[in-house]
Design a protein around this ligand. Structure first.
Ligand code: FO1
Length: 337
């Protein structure tokens, strides 16, 4: 089976790691299922002349076994000697922590990009080092063209009373504490889907949207020309997993992002964001309308909800494997017989 997923950073990566483990346990064994991950690149930032791709790196490290498990980003066994030296020189910014091992990824990616390789080619090389192909995992950036999510915030001192800041500054330095007026995917107007992205959606047997941020991760990938149409047109069942439990994000600042686009922070409202292509939506038991049996309730927009029978949380690999298995089974149940 060919499974295609769209993913942001931490939650998506943990879910896909669980999905891979679930598929490996199925009777046919690991070789029976190929998983393609379309990774968000809107979080990308250039620092000290280096191209940093946080969501792609979180996927590489999580799926390749090098992730800092507690943070969900960056490397395990990390040191920060270079960062301390940069601070000693007064190099800016100092709010984005780059570890010594992580820097090797940015250095080699920047070198290869500088030699003319595409982001897809670079990502394939990085994925090979992390053993993803051997696991039946293909990681594709959503686009080879640079796209950066910027956040428009109110600023009385700025012209017009607003200014745009890079997503990472809003997310990391401000911890999303400043209300976002809107998000702009800078470069999206000139971007095209990376090679294989639209095909992976169109030819999939199953498409799954992990519990990534619906606005700044999945929302950005959906903005890549052709992606949303491919999701609407694919014969594969498309199943998503709510990133909210009881109106709050499981992690990150999805609620701050949703309020910026005027969407209620509920599983149903988020599901309705994708109702034009979703066939199933897995929600926390507390988020299914009261009294509804699994699979029989609907979002306000009419999307069919299926309540998972335990919280959507993924505190460990085993729970991620169970949740991913439930999403996969829901998708299989929606395949035309
Ligand atoms: N997140 C933080 O909260 N603080 C950091 O200093 C930080 C550094 C960082 C470096 C590399 C990287 O790949 C991710 C990093 N992140 C950091 C996480 C990152 O901001 C988010 O994971 C994504 O951009 C949102 O999914």
């Amino acid at each position: 089976m060919r499974i295609t997923t769209l993913s942001g950073g931490v939650g998506g990566a943990r879910f896909i790691r669980g999905l891979r483990r679930h598929l490996d346990r199925l009777p046919g064994g690991p070789g029976d299922h190929e998983v393609t991950v379309i990774g968000n690149t809107g979080d990308d930032i250039t620092l000290w002349g280096l191209r940093v791709c946080p969501d792609l790196d979180t996927l590489l490290y999580t799926l390749g076994g090098g992730i800092h498990e507690g943070q969900g980003w960056g490397r395990a066994e990390e040191s920060h000697r270079i960062q301390a030296e940069l601070a000693a020189y007064g190099a800016k910014p100092q709010w984005f922590g780059l570890g010594d091992l992580d820097l090797a990824t940015h250095i080699v990616r920047s070198q290869w990009l500088g030699q003319g390789l595409t982001l897809s080619e670079v990502t394939a090389r990085l994925a090979s080092r992390w053993g993803l192909p051997d696991q039946g995992l293909t990681l594709l950036p959503m686009s080879d063209d640079p796209v950066e999510t910027h956040v428009v915030v109110d600023d009385p001192e700025a012209d017009g009373g607003q200014r745009a800041i890079h997503f990472q500054e809003w997310w990391v330095r401000m911890q999303a504490s400043v209300p976002a007026s809107r998000f702009v995917a800078v470069g999206m107007d000139r971007a095209t889907a990376a090679p294989g992205v639209l095909e992976a959606i169109r030819t999939a047997d199953v498409v799954i949207l992990p519990p990534s941020n619906p606005v700044v991760s999945l929302g950005i990938i959906l903005g890549v020309p052709g992606v949303r149409d491919a999701l609407r047109g694919t014969a594969a069942p498309v199943v998503g997993v709510s990133p909210l439990v009881g109106g709050a994000p499981v992690r990150g600042h999805a609620d701050a992002c949703l309020s910026a686009i005027g969407v209620e922070a509920t599983a149903g409202a988020v599901g309705d964001l994708f109702a034009d292509f979703l066939d199933g939506w897995l929600v926390d038991p507390g988020d299914a309308p009261p009294g509804s049996a699994a699979g029989s309730s609907r979002t306000p927009g009419g999307l069919r909800l299926t309540a998972w029978d335990r919280p959507l949380l993924m505190p460990d690999v085993a729970s991620a494997t169970e949740l991913a298995g439930a999403a996969y089974d829901l998708a299989l149940s929606l395949r035309p017989t």
